[in-house]
Design a protein around this ligand. Structure first.
Ligand code: PAF
Length: 279
């Protein structure tokens, strides 16, 4: 695997590729886990050259503390990337992608950016869209791979691609879960053993609602879930929203099969986790 630290190195590597090569791109912030590996394996399957980026993007964090605490496991990440034969790792410093004092651009995605994560993490999607625009412009991938765990991010990236006319296909890849249902996330590395067990409540509550959708209303299900979460001292529910899987607009009754989603954000011992289910 080639490890590149700068835009210039990356551009000169990519310009040397034969135009018949298709580039598959997997953007990450590192602390790689099986969810990332699923994205990379899809990219390997579908493209001839796979570029992975590891860059903890400062503009998408609404809290300095969250940014500073983001796990960093670079040497283990490199070992994992080499094991699956990733072709290129782009691992720049902030100064390679941002001018000093540069802030996120402001984007309008017809309100999608203001739902759920947008409500609780102000400016988050401006930061995500800013870095993805920079990376797509630089790498010019034919396909880019994103996890469905970050459903709203996946929809925002699709909207960004359309808005800016990037000739890239955005591929959503299924969430990879621990045995207890907990969605794989870099943030799980910040949880202790007990918290890892208790964090399975997020997926269990999503699954419970999916399983009971025929017999209970959305309002009833919401009430049950909020009561359940209130029984735990170290788990705080931030939101539990029933929405249309395409627009993330809130719904008050279920739509046809495959068009419903429930999205959740909760703090487990101070670590913020998100998950969703589509049904
Ligand atoms: O999902 C992530 O890890 C990040 O939001 C991304 C897509 C790499 C942009 O910084």
């Amino acid at each position: 695997m080639i490890i590149l630290k700068t835009k210039n190195e990356l551009t000169s590597y990519l310009s040397g590729l034969n135009s018949k090569f298709s580039i598959g791109f997997v953007p990450t912030m590192g602390a790689l886990h099986k969810g990332h590996l699923a994205l990379l394996l899809q990219a390997k399957k579908q493209c001839s050259v796979v570029v992975c980026s590891i860059f903890v993007n400062p503009t998408q964090f609404d809290s300095k503390e969250d940014f500073n605490n983001y796990p960093n496991t670079l040497s283990a990440d490199i070992t994992q990337l080499e094991k699956i034969n990733c072709d290129v790792l782009y691992n720049p410093d902030t100064s390679d992608l941002y001018r000093s004092e540069e802030k996120a651009k402001h984007f309008d995605f017809n309100g999608l950016e203001n739902e759920m994560e947008g409500k609780y993490r102000k400016g988050h999607f401006d930061g995500v869209a800013t870095i993805i625009e920079k990376l797509f412009t630089l790498i010019k991938p034919q396909k880019a791979f994103f996890g469905q765990k970050d459903l709203q991010q996946l929809l925002i990236v699709k909207a960004l691609t359309k808005k800016l006319n990037f000739p890239v296909e955005i591929i959503g890849v299924h969430t990879v879960r621990e045995k207890n249902g907990l969605a794989m996330s870099s943030r799980n590395k910040l949880l202790n053993k007990e918290q890892l067990k208790r964090a399975s409540l997020l997926y269990k509550s999503l699954f419970f609602c999916k399983e009971n959708k025929e017999t209970k209303t959305i309002a009833e299900l919401k009430k049950i879930i909020h009561t359940q979460f209130s029984n735990y001292d170290d788990i705080t529910l931030e939101y539990f929203e029933f929405a249309s899987a395409n627009s993330l607009q809130t719904i008050s009754s279920f739509q046809e099969k495959g068009k419903n989603t429930i999205c959740i954000a909760a703090f487990v011992g101070g670590v913020r986790l998100i998950d969703n289910i589509i049904f």
